[in-house]
Design a protein around this ligand. Structure first.
Ligand code: F6P
Length: 302
């Protein structure tokens, strides 16, 4: 939309994309509000269209919400991110696929963990929320799950691993979310590990906490520890059946919004029902993992 690169999409162009991940349009997160003149360019291009369907997470939909609120743009949103961190919808598409891939990885890590009496640390994505870590951790029977919202300390993590070993379980699986701050008992705010570069939305590129945590666990417990970083594996390949149906049904809601002129609204799933919500509500704040949900899961740690 900034550069005015368009192509007509007929039914024949989108036929066959259901089992594919990624975007066939090759679009990527761009912040037109950051570069002078970009918003005007987007609006000029939009003038040639009836409406724009915006598919993405908090950054992409945040831009769409502003285009609507500040410039009256005819936009309709569809919630898509593996992070599942959009408010006003119970779930985003992409999330179930990421959780399924991470769960399978955890299952596979169990083999080496158990065979060689190791601690296996698995670093997953999710940015500043721990949805992927928590869901895959619970599904994969992880022994400790570390998420940004409820930063359990390194000491507590080691204690839980030690407790398992004392019970005769000589291996452990630790799932850590990329945004978990390296937290020690004596510190109030831990370090979030990532590269110093920021993207167009001011986000640092997260990653690397797994290695740091693995080193701490090995040094403190004396147990051999290995680290796996799932990275982009968890958001690639074939989507789960659940995500395909979710995306399709969100598409039906988006179509309804287009025909009824529901500008500034987003398709959503709430309490099992497909509906639509103001896009601004979805991006007002991150949907974080509730404390009760984490507390429930932590009953299975150690
Ligand atoms: O927001 C989705 C996400 O996969 C995050 O979980 C992750 O931190 C980020 O994108 C990675 O982005 P990139 O591929 O640009 O490094």
């Amino acid at each position: 939309m900034v550069e005015g690169m368009f192509r007509p999409l007929e039914a024949v162009d989108v036929s066959g994309i259901l089992p594919r991940g990624g975007t066939i349009l090759k679009t990527s997160r761009t912040n037109p509000f950051r570069t002078e003149g970009d918003v005007e360019r987007v609006l000029a291009h939009l003038a040639g269209f009836d409406a724009l369907v915006v598919i993405g997470g908090e950054d992409t939909l945040g831009v769409a919400a502003r285009l609507h609120a500040e410039h009256g743009a005819h936009v309709v949103g569809v919630p898509k991110t593996i992070d599942n961190d959009l408010s006003a919808t119970d779930v985003t598409f992409g999330f179930d696929t990421a959780v399924s891939i991470a769960t399978e990885a955890i299952d596979r890590l169990h083999s080496t963990a158990e065979s060689h009496d190791r601690v296996m640390v698995c670093e997953v994505m999710g940015r500043h929320t721990g949805w992927i870590a928590l869901q895959s951790g619970v599904a994969g029977g992880a022994d400790v799950v570390l998420i940004p919202e409820q930063p359990l300390s390194v000491e507590r993590c080691c204690e839980l691993i030690g407790r398992r070993h004392a019970r005769g379980k000589d291996f452990s699986i630790v799932v850590v979310s990329e945004g978990w701050p390296l937290t020690f008992d004596e510190e109030t705010t831990g370090e979030v590990v990532g590269s110093a570069d920021t993207d167009a939305f001011g986000h640092v590129r997260l990653g690397g906490i797994g290695e740091r945590l693995g080193g701490e666990i090995e040094r403190r417990t004396g147990f051999e520890t290995r680290v796996t970083v799932l990275g982009h594996i968890q958001r690639g390949g074939s989507p789960t059946a659940h995500d395909r149906v979710l995306a399709t049904r969100f598409g039906v809601v988006a179509d309804r919004l287009l025909t009824s002129g529901g500008w500034g609204r987003m398709a959503a799933l709430r309490g099992g029902a497909f509906t639509d919500v103001p896009m601004a509500d979805a991006v007002a704040e991150l949907k974080s993992v509730p404390a009760e949900l984490y507390a429930e899961a932590s009953a299975f740690f150690g």
